[in-house]
Design a protein around this ligand. Structure first.
Ligand SMILES: NC(=O)c1ccc[n+]([C@@H]2O[C@H](COP(=O)([O-])OP(=O)(O)OC[C@H]3O[C@@H](n4cnc5c(N)ncnc54)[C@H](OP(=O)(O)O)[C@@H]3O)[C@@H](O)[C@H]2O)c1
Length: 413
């Protein structure tokens, strides 16, 4: 038992000594709405462990868009999800990226021990699921959940609770804040770009990346380059475009020069459809300009959804793939199926990662082949504000990270 019941942010008890209480950024159903208000610091109990679980003392926590959704209470009421698991959990502690030190392990855990420095991936599943036991991809299991979004006890607290297989060794060359930045978006992007046979990125493939200066995008640019592809970025400012170039994009398209977004007009409305068609063709020409040659993308990296899917399907090369993991601007991703069958394009969904995909990304970062793309580091207290910036699309390029147990930036362990 440690000397204190609760420790100040930026401090922690001796390794392995677990206090009864901790500070956490908590979302409650009655605060659903603006992320800046939905997150509030509260004192809560430190969670207890099941046999396959690990307690991690969080040193730094990365921000992801999923907890914008959690704060809004849309499209899922995450507090209701947690209450179904345990009626006493009428709150949400989010956070799907963490770096930290192992402070406790359940009885069946044998891949990490107390004192290990780890990073955590967000794939959470029931290992007894027959699909997984039969060797199936856990990311396709019906039991798969996003840790720190669909599960409670995420990284926006002094201690988080994870399944053993989620823990990977923290790259020794990185600081705590760098280690908390890349995993969720990196492993998601890795699966999208390398996890769908026939359409894994090959050398010289053109890959169009929406939201390329954001979290997913900044890792997707680098993973595409690593696989030998040619990333072309879509962004909403030249400043973001230059950031993407520095990460390895061949060029960028500034989407604010176009207006044809959203659901396409009815085919029968010749004038409106003609104007829309001019828009997507103009976007295609801008893509060739950014690339420097008249080639269409074999892969389109989507997550923006309703506003952009018709354009993605149009510009994708014959036999290519539009791969998506989200619908940030809306869920009605309207597809003109003529392009799918006549041009034999593929529209593929993708969600998170399995253990192997997370490990592959961790290795690339540890080897210095991929930069964690930290855009800004903030204090623990500002977690609501960074989610608000994400929602308002005013966040800095790259990833936002918050210090929790780490007393200041630049520390390694
Ligand atoms: N299923 C999964 O496994 C998974 C994993 C990770 C993330 N996601 C989801 O993927 C989405 C993006 O996540 P993220 O971490 O990359 O978020 P992010 O860092 O906020 O980046 C999103 C980017 O989208 C672009 N954008 C915003 N509005 C747009 C519009 N109307 N049209 C085109 N682009 C627009 C913005 O770039 P510009 O304004 O510069 O164009 C922004 O940088 C979120 O919905 C998130 O929940 C899903």
């Amino acid at each position: 038992m440690p000397a204190q019941e609760i420790y100040a942010i930026g401090t922690r008890p001796p390794v392995g000594e677990v206090p009864p209480l901790m500070h956490a950024q908590v979302v409650r159903a009655e605060r659903f709405g603006r992320p800046a208000d939905a997150f509030q610091v509260e004192q809560v109990r430190v969670p207890s462990l099941k046999p396959n679980e690990v307690l991690v003392c969080v040193m730094a926590a990365g921000i992801n868009y999923n907890n914008v959704w959690a704060a809004l209470g849309q499209p899922l009421n995450v507090v209701d999800l947690h209450k179904r698991e345990d009626p006493s959990e009428d709150f949400h502690i989010g956070g799907s990226d963490a770096s930290g030190l192992v402070y406790g392990v359940g009885g069946e855990v044998n891949n990490v021990q107390v004192g290990d420095a780890v990073v955590v991936h967000a794939g959470y599943w029931d290992a007894s699921d027959p699909h997984i036991k039969a060797g199936g991809d856990p990311a396709l299991s019906t039991s798969m959940k996003v840790w720190g979004y669909e599960t409670n006890w995420g990284s926006f607290a002094q201690f988080c609770k994870v399944q053993d297989h989620q823990c990977l060794p923290k790259p020794a060359n990185l600081t705590w804040e760098q280690s908390a930045a890349y995993m969720l978006v990196g492993a998601t992007a890795y699966r999208m770009l390398n996890g769908w046979p026939e359409h894994a990125v090959r050398p010289n493939d053109v890959v169009l990346i929406w939201g390329a200066a954001g979290g997913l995008g900044s890792l997707a640019i680098q993973i595409t380059k690593h696989l030998g592809g040619i990333p072309v970025a879509v962004v909403s400012s030249d400043e973001r475009g230059e950031y993407c170039r520095r990460l390895g994009a061949r060029g960028y398209i500034n989407r604010t020069q176009f207006t044809h977004w959203g659901l396409p007009p009815d085919f029968d409305d010749a004038a409106a459809y003609g104007a829309w068609f001019q828009g997507v063709r103009g976007f295609g020409r801008a893509l060739w300009d950014a690339l420097g040659e008249r080639r269409n993308p074999r892969i389109v990296f989507e997550h923006t959804g309703q506003d952009t899917i018709p354009t993605s399907i149009f510009v994708c090369d014959n036999g290519g793939m539009v791969v998506t993991c989200a619908g940030t601007t809306g869920y009605a991703g309207v597809v003109d199926v003529r392009y799918l069958w006549m041009r034999q394009k593929r529209f593929q969904g993708s969600h998170l990662n399995n253990d192997a995909q997370a490990a592959a990304v961790n290795d690339l970062v540890a080897q210095g082949k991929i930069d964690p793309a930290v855009g800004a580091v903030y204090p623990f207290e500002a977690i609501g504000q960074s989610h608000q910036m994400m929602l308002d699309n005013t966040a800095p390029s790259g990833k936002m990270v918050h210090l929790v147990g780490a007393a200041r930036e630049g520390l390694r362990e």
